[in-house]
Design a protein around this ligand. Sequence first.
Ligand SMILES: NC(=O)c1ccc[n+]([C@@H]2O[C@H](COP(=O)([O-])OP(=O)(O)OC[C@H]3O[C@@H](n4cnc5c(N)ncnc54)[C@H](OP(=O)(O)O)[C@@H]3O)[C@@H](O)[C@H]2O)c1
Length: 334
Amino acid sequence: MKQRLLGTTKVGSIGLGCMGMSHAYGTSNEQENLSVLNCALEMGCNFWDTADFYGEGENEKLLSKALKGNREEVFLCTKVGNVFDRTLTSHQDQVQKQVDWIVDGSPDYINKCIDKSLQRLGVDYIDLYYLHRVDPLIPVEESIGAMADLVKRGKVRYLGLSEASADTIRRAVAVHPITALQSEYSLWTRDIEDRVIPLCRELGITIVPFAPLGRGYLTGKITKKNDLAQDDWRRKFPRFQDDNIEKNKKIVKALEEISALYKVTPAQIALAWLLEQEEHLIPIPGTRHIKYLEENLSASQISLSEENLSILNAYKNEIAGERFPINMSKLVDR
Ligand SMILES: NC(=O)c1ccc[n+]([C@@H]2O[C@H](COP(=O)([O-])OP(=O)(O)OC[C@H]3O[C@@H](n4cnc5c(N)ncnc54)[C@H](OP(=O)(O)O)[C@@H]3O)[C@@H](O)[C@H]2O)c1
């Protein structure tokens, strides 16, 4: 597997998003998930992404099983700051709860969470610790100050931000170096291109695109809302409503046409397009299937022609539907 630089460390050029194994995308099978994690290790896919929020700690516990005896092989990333909103109690609120959370970036909260993450993961340190969302009520300097203290105490090696604006990134780096910025970035979500990516380039911050396959849509496998399980969070996302699924099919069609030329899959073309965007960029596609894992990792071998890149780039402003439901979009730092 090709390597890329994350700060000063070399990691596999395509990582593994582990969220869907315990969270948001319906039920899954632990044995199959462990097989995917073990296969990732064998294939040199060592940049693993989780968060204390995923499955309320269950995802970190799952990873601990694959990390036993393999800690040094993995560049382990987790996140802090997203909290399920416990004030939701009625049935309707519980249903709504699937996408409702609050953000806590206070030093007290961060200090409480780190030890719980270390314990659940069964490790002594975390390689990359992200602030999952910027807390609108706490100056980012305070959140990063607390996280910087964890670096001094040896609990964490590097710090990252997720979905942070350019202004916030500048304020954060004044407190402590930021090694990675994890934000949604793919052929159908290109918001970070105008200000955030140029700033990260200037500051030497690696971009970690989450949902690089458009939460599965860009693979061509989701053709209607009812393809998603009843408990799948995506059912609440504007782009997974049938009218927008239909309107956005033109980008999937373009991916399918190009993938036929290269004798690969649309998912591989979507990842190859991302890898072409920046040198210091490591996507983290999520999967619970070995077949998809193998497919995704081999996307690093594809080199797209200028002509095909420009065909795909033409859809930049053509995407229908917001990327988040309104309550989740309020938590994005702008
Ligand atoms: N920082 C944040 O706020 C944030 C937010 C969202 C996600 N993330 C991170 O980013 C990671 C990736 O994002 P994501 O999982 O939301 O979206 P994604 O990687 O864009 O898409 C994942 C979906 O695509 C499917 N898939 C994967 N490879 C495929 C292939 N080759 N062919 C067909 N289908 C394929 C998966 O199916 P199966 O699972 O059934 O295999 C899953 O439904 C997450 O796991 C998480 O670690 C971070």
